[in-house]
Design a binder for this molecule. Structure first.
Ligand code: HSE
Length: 429
């Protein structure tokens, strides 16, 4: 295909669609130099043009028909900025069928249907790029696919959800209650429409599944990722963790094993001197452990109109460059076979455990005996404060198999002197 300019169509003029529009229209000369020719937004589709927007999209570019846009011969690259997995999937399929390259920041869609869509793109010899789907502006997808391709990646640790990182940072620094911090994150436009996608870790799980597939070269089934959210984290946990030399983050983890991978999202204690401990507010980061590369960390804004728009626009330039050179579809999906995800019961980590107990002689001994009976080795224990006839005890274990810890906690919960196990948080990184 020989074209004089690459036409871009944007489907969805929401926060990300408008951000991409701004990035593509603000620096057209720099983009032209990099792409090897002019790149112009030629059409924008949305079903609601009455809504107020941060950018003024000229009337002649507007349409309400997304599928007219995917058929438009002036459009060579389609940006899917609809979100969700229904209309967005149809838009991408239609664009590919009409020979367009596609850029999407849609993590849920790529995590669930990426394999199918990438296969369709390969057959149609077009590009399907999704840098903005993970970590907003952070160039982690391209880094894993290209810059770090010559190293064996053994583990990825990501702070991949800005909303929960913002909430945990606010809870930790200003002791703001959870609900207030969530409301602030929503007001700033970081949160998903359904806050449980952030709070319960679905958003981060989609993102780490995408990264694991690329890093390990295997297709990953997102439903196999283990997931725990942050709603059980109490100010007390944050305080105790700090006293022990840790911060609590919602961590997304992917690790290479012999025959299996680990894929999980849960709150985790991170040592205060680890680089990830300094990632605060809405910022995201990915810490990569590679054999030849050593450790690499990428850091930046994980959400928001312009950061995500920057990533989307960068992908558009890559697609445009390939179109100008007549070589779209040159980097197909390289994930071969399916990844087998290790069951959570089989993973090993040190753990922090906070429990409420009756404040009586012999209680600590009784609990420690049950930990020992299940082969859970203890590193430290502190008793902090009294609550009437009750006390709070915080244990830190050595590295322990999850199944052994769960067995111990089941037996401990049955002791008369144990009021309840309040929280149990793995330590990582
Ligand atoms: N809700 C997401 C976050 C937005 O908080 O990080 C970007 O995916």
């Amino acid at each position: 295909m020989s074209v004089g300019q690459v036409g871009v169509g944007i489907v969805g003029a929401g926060i990300v669609g408008c951000g991409a529009y701004r990035c593509l229209t603000t620096n057209p000369h720099a983009i032209e130099r990099r792409a090897g020719g002019p790149v112009r937004v030629v059409q924008v589709a949305d079903i609601d043009w009455a809504r107020e927007r941060e950018v003024d999209i000229p009337a002649e570019l507007r349409t309400e028909d997304a599928f007219a846009l995917t058929r438009n011969p002036e459009v060579h690259v389609v940006i899917e900025a609809v979100g969700g997995t229904t209309v967005a999937r149809d838009v991408i399929r239609s664009a590919i069928e009409h020979g367009k390259s596609v850029v999407t920041p849609n993590k849920e869609l790529i995590a669930r249907h990426g394999a199918e869509l990438l296969d369709a793109a390969r057959e149609a010899e077009v590009d399907l790029e999704f840098e903005g789907s993970v970590g907003g502006v952070i160039p982690i997808v391209r880094s894993l696919k290209e810059s770090l391709v010559a190293t064996q990646i053994n583990a990825l640790y990501g702070i991949l959800n800005g909303t929960t990182n913002y909430i945990l940072t606010r809870m930790s620094r200003e002791e703001v209650p959870f609900e207030e911090a969530l409301a602030e994150a929503q007001a700033k436009g970081y949160a998903e429409q359904d806050p449980s996608a952030d709070i319960e870790g679905h958003d981060a799980a989609n993102k780490i599944a995408i990264l694991a597939a690329i890093a390990f070269g295997r297709r990953v089934t997102i439903d196999e990722a283990y997931r725990e959210g942050i709603s059980k984290i109490a100010p007390a946990d944050i305080r105790y963790a700090r006293d022990l030399g840790y911060v609590i983050k919602l961590l997304a983890i992917a690790k290479r094993g012999d025959n299996q991978i680990e894929l999980r999202v849960h709150p985790a204690l991170i040592r205060l001197d680890h680089p990830l401990a300094a990632v605060n507010d809405v910022y995201n980061a990915v810490f990569v452990e590679g054999v030849e590369s050593g450790n690499v960390m990428l850091y930046g804004r994980g959400a928001g109109s312009l950061p995500t728009g920057t990533a989307v626009a960068g992908d558009v330039v890559d697609c445009a460059r390939n179109i100008f050179r007549g070589s779209p579809g040159r980097v197909p999906c390289t994930c071969q076979g399916e990844a087998v995800v290790r069951p959570i019961e089989e993973i090993e980590a040190p753990n922090y455990i906070r429990m409420r107990v009756k404040d009586r002689p012999g209680v600590m001994g009784a609990i420690a005996t049950l930990f020992g009976a299940e082969q859970v080795s203890l590193e430290s224990v502190v008793q902090e404060g009294s609550f009437g006839e009750e006390a709070e005890i915080v244990w830190v274990t050595h590295r322990v198999k999850e199944s052994a810890l769960r067995a111990a906690l089941r037996r401990i919960s049955e002791l008369d002197v144990v009021v309840r196990v309040e929280n149990c948080i793995r330590a990582e990184a």
